[in-house]
Design a protein around this ligand. Structure first.
Ligand code: PMP
Length: 399
């Protein structure tokens, strides 16, 4: 008998299952708002101009593909640090940050989780309610107990800030607190700068361990403004924290798996020791990251000309998302559904639309519009061609 004979079927990812159903749907004009991908006005995943330039130059060079160092391409890591912490960051000047290229933002989360399990073996991890589903999965897989802090308020479709502060205030010292830097997935609800200041002060006072997940830098207000949480933590005097960042969205390089883990420690010497543990952790997971995606991002970020080109395109993407939010709200009001005005106050690719499971089912069955049962919609999958259809359907199921 096979040693696998008793393995039971593991439930699949609900979002991927939705995409399969969407692909199989033969109705014309179908729209998939269930995805976690930025599409352009033509409904395509963009290949950014700056990325294409680097890719063509790399193809001409036809370099051999040796292994990268365990913690990745140095030019990538240096450019990442500047983007995440700011080029003039005192932490960088003091040598208190070590950055490792990882297999996407997901890889950074997992390496960060495995690292913290070694450093804080008894700690719990607190994630927002709700959070990106994989947060719980990754921290559980690393051996952590995961608890939730209040975050989303369904009555206002905004932040339950008092609940959040109250819950964070009850956590034991040393608890790892996972915070979304911006463009919260799945709700689209973010903190203001003043709210971040309060959270950072609380984290410091309660001696919690901040773990920032920044998967959408540049998708709401801009590269620096979207990193407010990181910059405030850096300036707070908190001695140690980690940041996982992803370029999947900001470079439209989903399948290249480009991300990074940055660890901040109290001193240059401490960061060297922690980084040796990060490298050991990477070595035991996947040995070293992949060459191509890292070379693309490093090539763009380390060229003044290509970086400007990339920032322009990122700005276009961000502005297109804002325009789709505004358009949706405006058109829904015309359809007699002004209650959706909060969509414009939410940020990033996603919106918790407030649509119920039953309404989402109706959208799919009657209108060939696919969304997730929680009501999360991907605003970045809207465009001027599908917006009217989507709005009419949402208004119809909301009556
Ligand atoms: N964190 C959040 C909040 C995300 O939404 C995502 C991507 N969906 C990730 C991390 C992981 O990014 P990557 O695809 O680069 O692994």
């Amino acid at each position: 008998m096979s040693h696998f004979a008793n393995v039971e079927m593991t439930p699949g990812d609900p979002i991927l299952g939705l995409t399969e159903a969407f692909v199989a749907d033969t109705r014309p004009g179908k729209v998939n708002l269930g995805v976690g991908i930025y599409y352009d006005e033509q409904g395509r995943i963009p290949l950014m101009r700056a990325v294409r330039e680097v890719e063509q130059a790399l193809a001409l060079e036809a370099k051999p593909r040796g292994y990268l160092p365990i913690d990745g391409l140095p030019a990538y890591n240096q450019a990442t640090q500047k983007l995440v912490f700011g080029a003039d960051s005192p932490l960088l000047a003091a040598g208190r940050v070590a950055t490792s290229q990882t297999i996407g933002g997901s890889g950074a989360l997992r390496i960060g989780a495995d690292l913290l399990k070694k450093v804080l073996p008894q700690a719990k991890v607190a994630i927002s309610s709700p959070s990106w589903e994989n947060h719980r999965v990754v921290f559980n897989a690393a051996g952590f107990e995961v608890v939730e802090y209040a975050y989303y308020d369904p009555t206002t479709h905004g932040l339950n800030f008092e609940g959040m502060l109250a819950d964070l205030g009850k956590l034991e010292s040393g608890t790892v607190v996972l915070l979304h830097a911006c463009c919260h997935n799945p709700t689209g609800v973010d903190l203001t700068t003043q709210q971040w200041e309060q959270v950072v002060a609380l984290v410091k006072e309660r001696k919690l361990f901040p773990f920032i997940d920044m998967a959408y830098q540049g998708f709401d207000k801009g590269i620096d403004a979207d990193a407010t949480a990181v910059r405030l933590l850096a300036a707070s005097g908190i001695e140690s924290f980690v940041v996982a960042n992803s370029y999947s969205k900001s470079f439209s390089l989903y399948g290249e798996r480009v991300g990074a883990l940055s660890v901040v420690a109290a001193t240059r010497d401490e960061v060297l020791r922690v980084q040796s543990l990060v490298k050991r952790t990477i070595r035991s997971n996947y040995s070293s990251p992949a060459t191509h995606g890292g070379a693309l991002v490093a090539g763009v970020l380390n060229s003044a000309e290509l970086r400007t080109m990339w920032e322009q395109e990122l700005t276009e993407m961000r502005e297109r998302i804002h325009a789709m939010r505004a358009g949706m709200v405006e058109k829904l009001a015309v359809h007699g559904a002004p209650q959706f005005d909060f969509i414009q106050r939410q940020a990033g690719m996603f919106s918790y639309s407030g649509l119920s499971k039953a309404q989402v089912d109706r959208l799919r069955e009657e209108f060939a519009i696919y969304a997730i049962g929680t009501g999360r919609i991907c605003v970045a999958a809207l465009n001027t061609n599908n917006l009217d259809t989507v709005v009419a359907a949402v208004a119809a199921v909301s009556r």
